[in-house]
Design a protein around this ligand. Structure first.
Ligand code: FHN
Length: 417
């Protein structure tokens, strides 16, 4: 079996992915938790099932947008907590092929993204508000549990686990090479072997030996000896950790921050709070400077389109990556401490200076005096002057700093040390 290091080598090189939350919840357009939050009954939610037509779903357009954005892998919700399957599962009728859409949306997604050379990931929810044998409780409870008649209905959780394992087997058998399996999520005592996680991961790896798995089946990926089901990468959500992630042995743990483009995962008609391209770029650079990835989410609308606000941000991020991507792809943390003006990323002996806050005059590079062979601006390849201006003589400290004159707007620069 491949080691975690072998499995994640491409993942850590590619650094930047597209998360896609799409399903029936895109019709009410109040986020993917709408059924749970509003305690909808099955009958209330089924009206979306009867209406879902994916009439403007064009996964080739999605894949082009991801490619143009510089996203090297993607993760689509094959089934979210509502239990609705975007794939033609033989184990349920609650699936896209039985809606007016009448299409296997996962197959079209996988084909389209592979055709663009983008690695294919699938998200699968461990929670399931549609399956009668999924209990849940509290705010994660099966909304049908509100129905007095359902309260006393016996639950056969082992039968749900057989269903869940069976669907994961379908996804990893019938849809070609899958590169990422993104399980979501364990909580309280619903973790690890409660999902029969060791059996599940062994099945996943037997079907797709190269596959990269997240850490949300439970266990402690940062422990000294992580459980077999602890996964291949740590998955901070809506947060970038203060530094890199290491395990109890001090070994780097792969990680990926999943971030929404606005404030919702699933489509929300009133959420106009989109992050700027600058925020996305700086967040991506920050992740890479800490040896992490970023999975940036889009929530297509009820018809299957990624909206223009999202596409606009993705295009600008992609243009920046087109000019500066070598400071992200295959790059990682530098041994140098974080500079006051921004972030370093490093790849071999190339140090990339991401200048976020440009002060007056030349930029100071501590510990690099006499070590910089050449400096170039990534966006146009132009030379940057490395020198200690006369006025800086009296300020250059014993740390052996070097000063570089930057041109134009503060953008990542390649410092060849
Ligand atoms: O409950 C889900 C949520 O809807 C969304 O899918 C995020 C994405 O990471 N995961 C869970 C919350 O942690």
């Amino acid at each position: 079996m491949k080691t975690r290091e072998e499995r994640t080598r491409w993942f850590l090189r590619d650094r930047f992915g597209m998360f896609i939350h799409w399903g029936l919840y895109s019709i009410p357009a109040r986020g993917e938790w709408v059924r749970g939050n509003e305690r909808m009954t099955r009958e209330q939610y089924m009206k979306y099932f009867e209406e879902f037509d994916a009439s403007r779903y064009d996964p080739k357009a999605w894949a082009r947008a991801a490619k143009q954005a510089g996203q090297k892998y993607a993760v689509l919700t094959a089934k979210h907590h509502d239990g609705f399957c975007l794939f033609d599962s033989k184990l349920t009728g609650f699936k896209a092929t039985n809606t007016p859409a009448a299409r296997d949306l996962v197959r079209e997604y996988a084909d389209a993204f592979r055709a663009e050379g983008i690695a294919v990931g699938l998200y699968y929810s461990l929670l399931d508000w549609h399956h009668d044998d999924y209990p849940g409780y509290g705010d994660k409870a099966h909304p049908d549990r509100d129905n007095p008649a359902a309260k006393d209905k016996p639950i056969r959780f082992d039968r749900y686990l057989d269903y869940m394992h069976g669907q994961v087997k379908e996804l990893l058998t019938d849809y070609g090479k899958i590169d990422i399996m993104w399980f979501d999520f364990s909580y309280d005592e619903m973790t690890g072997e409660k999902w029969r996680a060791t059996e599940l991961v062994r099945m996943v790896r037997s079907l797709q030996p190269h596959i990269v798995i997240d850490n949300r089946l439970g266990g402690n990926i940062r422990g000294a000896e992580p459980e077999e089901y602890a996964g291949d990468f740590f998955s901070p959500e809506q947060i970038i950790p203060p530094g890199g992630i290491v395990d109890a042995n001090g070994k780097q743990v792969p990680w990926e921050a999943c971030i929404t483009l606005n404030d919702n995962w699933g489509y929300h008609a009133e959420d106009r709070n989109y992050k700027s391209p600058k925020q996305v770029i700086r967040s991506l650079v920050e992740c890479v400077s800490k040896n992490g990835n970023m999975l940036l989410n889009v929530g297509p609308d009820a018809k299957g389109e990624i909206n223009r606000e999202s596409l606009s941000v993705l295009r600008e991020v992609g243009e920046w990556l087109r000019l500066n991507g070598e400071s992200v792809y295959g790059a990682g943390m530098s041994a140098l401490p974080k500079p006051e003006w921004g972030r370093y990323t490093q790849k071999g002996n190339k140090l990339y200076a991401h200048v976020f806050d440009r002060g007056i005059g030349p930029i100071y590079f501590a510990q690099l005096k006499g070590k910089i062979r050449k400096a170039r601006l990534l966006r146009d390849g132009s030379e940057l002057k490395v020198e200690t201006p006369w006025m800086a003589e009296e300020y250059s400290d014993t740390a052996g700093g070097a000063f570089i004159w930057l041109k134009g707007a503060a953008l990542p620069d390649e410092i060849d040390t």
